[in-house]
Design a protein around this ligand. Structure first.
Ligand code: ATP
Ligand code: MG
Length: 544
């Protein structure tokens, strides 16, 4: 294969392995545990695993790491498949750790035969008490020197269901004095009566991840096993399994930094807590950093991939600002989303010298050359934002004020003549006259106005609900910490009584819009009613 230009350290290693003919083709795998929904960190993992395989014209499997039956469900398997497809990747084969349970078991017997594994009767607590610390070596189990025959018999009896859960386990016999605690005779099989989502009750012993993973990689023909940094300390065990069992060619584990983002929770186990504690409406809540949540939010997958690519594949842990992600979403939507007008907090405006109704032209997306144009109904009565009129305007106020002019986007210039107040003294209607010669694209009025505001026809507008979102967590710290105290309990606000132009009613559900001068929103229908759900703000707060 002709050498590829490496764009990150993983590709550099792959290049070397190809050059040295350690491998002839590239095989990777994307390895989620089906114990929850995928999140944006997994998009980075997909980019690394599927992306590297694609670059080298290799293969990437979808590998379900299902060695933990009590936490795994078919619901999650299906959600994971759907999410990967939505991100835009396809896998060579769909493979499960459970496909290999028999083979993994045989390898364990082989380790026993080699004197490299033993059945231990210590409890989990006793094992951890003897494990030692970073400074002190561990102590050997009193069961460590059982004979091969005894170990084999006990292990077979474990499989046959002779012992209760936790009564025994199988441990690799490595080195209780190793500076790497993972090598201090790690447990490789446990007894656990738990119905597995695929193998049912066929097994009452299950292999541990660290032992099963290198075997599954090898059996799939994985050449480069790409995972996150928390597995770096596990690599010596990964290698021990491969070397001891004589894997050839032995898969190579390479670790890269996790994607971390401010003001949100990332790991599946924590996201699950949010769902279970009803702190969000489910895995696909638009505030969630899950792939399902991001999709439901209306974020294009391309924006996620561009973001992960820009965040970079490297070896050192770091944390990305949420505003950096938003930057990519906004860029994408600015280029692709249609524009529309919605008045979130309506104030009535009557054009006293206008009669009848007409359609004015509206550019669908002004960033696109030859953007299509559609029409918007205009009439005597319209709504503008309350915030676009000021009775006591601050200095440099370019919106509407008594006696002032403003352009109504795509329509005419109006001048404010009068107001109507209610019994509380609040302005409930503004009265204007329009300048007939000032129609957009054909303005011969000669009047220069500083402000352009959005509006909707009062007679033709449709009522809608606006849902706004902010960050799930109040502070910027990320993951791994207790988030209960840090939850932003006002991360969702619902506004009723907004007025949308009628086009939004007919637009496709799920479609993204830039609501002029407001923000990017996704159209949805909530109990038969038009609803606009916040995607991202208009202003870029990301500092390059
Ligand atoms: P759990 O909390 O259950 O461990 P997880 O979020 O770590 O969940 P896994 O199913 O363990 O998810 O991860 C599947 C793959 O995705 C692993 O290879 C893991 O290294 C990678 N991955 C997980 N989180 C991230 C992240 N934030 N950035 C990049 N890769 C990640
Ligand atoms: Mg994990």
């Amino acid at each position: 294969m002709a050498e590829m230009q490496a764009t990150n350290f993983i590709e550099q290693i792959v290049n070397e392995d190809l050059t040295n003919q350690k491998v002839t083709a590239v095989q990777t795998r994307f390895p989620p545990e089906p114990n929850g929904y995928l999140h944006i960190g997994h998009v980075k993992s997909m980019l690394v695993n599927f992306g590297t395989a694609l670059k080298y014209n290799g293969k990437c499997n979808l590998f379900f790491d299902d060695t933990n039956p009590s936490k795994e469900k078919t619901e999650f398997v299906n959600a994971i498949r759907k999410d990967i497809e939505w991100v835009g990747y396809s896998w060579t084969k769909e493979v499960y750790a459970s496909d290999f349970f028999e083979k993994i078991y045989e390898y364990a017997e082989q380790l026993i035969q080699m004197g490299k594994a033993f059945v231990c009767d210590l409890t989990a607590e006793e094992i951890s008490a003897l494990r030692g610390t970073l400074k002190e070596p561990g102590k050997e189990s009193p069961y460590r020197n059982r004979s091969v025959e005894e170990n084999l018999q006990l292990f077979r009896e474990m499989r046959a269901g002779k012992y209760p859960d936790g009564a025994k386990c199988l441990r690799a016999k490595i080195d209780m004095a190793s500076p790497n605690i993972n090598l201090r005779d790690p447990v490789i099989y446990r007894i656990l009566r738990s119905t597995h989502h695929r193998t049912g009750d066929a097994w009452c012993i299950y292999p541990m991840y660290d032992y099963a993973h290198p075997i599954c990689d090898y059996l799939q023909g994985v050449t480069h096993s790409l995972c996150t940094l928390e597995f770096e300390d596990h690599r010596p065990l990964y290698d021990w399994v491969g070397i001891t069992l004589g894997f050839n060619p032995k898969p190579r584990q390479i670790e890269f930094a996790r994607l971390n983002i401010t003001n949100t929770v990332m790991s599946k186990r924590y996201l699950k807590k949010l769902v279970e504690q009803n702190l969000v409406h489910g895995w696909d809540d638009p505030r969630m950093p899950t792939v399902a949540g991001l999709r439901n939010r209306g974020i294009p997958p391309k924006a996620l991939l561009d973001f992960c690519e820009a965040a970079g594949i490297c070896k050192a842990d770091s944390i990305c600002e949420q505003s950096y992600l938003e930057h990519f979403i906004r860029d994408n939507l600015n280029a692709n989303a249609e524009r529309a007008m919605v008045v979130v907090d309506p104030l009535k405006l009557t054009i006293t010298n206008y009669e009848g109704e007409e359609e004015v032209e509206f550019t669908v997306n002004p960033t696109q050359e030859n953007s299509p144009v559609r029409t918007v109904p205009f009439g005597k009565h319209i709504y503008i934002e309350k915030g676009d009129f000021a009775l006591v305007p601050p200095p440099k106020y370019n919106r509407l004020k008594l006696g002032g002019y403003v352009r109504l986007k795509g329509a005419y210039i109006v001048q404010c003549d009068d107001i109507i107040k209610d019994e509380n003294g609040e302005v409930v209607e503004v009265l204007c006259h329009y300048i007939p010669e000032s129609r957009s694209n054909n303005d011969t009025s000669g009047i220069k106005v500083k402000g352009t505001i959005h509006w909707v026809s009062a007679d033709r507008a449709v009522d809608c609900t606006v849902k706004n979102y902010s960050y799930l967590l109040n502070d910027a710290a990320y993951d791994g910490q207790d988030f209960d105290e840090r939850m932003n309990l006002n991360s969702e606000t619902v506004i009723e009584g907004a007025k949308a132009e009628p086009y939004l009613l007919t637009a496709e559900d799920g479609k993204q819009f830039q609501l002029l001068r407001t923000a990017y929103y996704k159209k949805c229908t909530d109990s038969g009613k038009l609803c606009l759900s916040f995607i991202v703000s208009m202003k870029d707060s990301y500092k390059k």
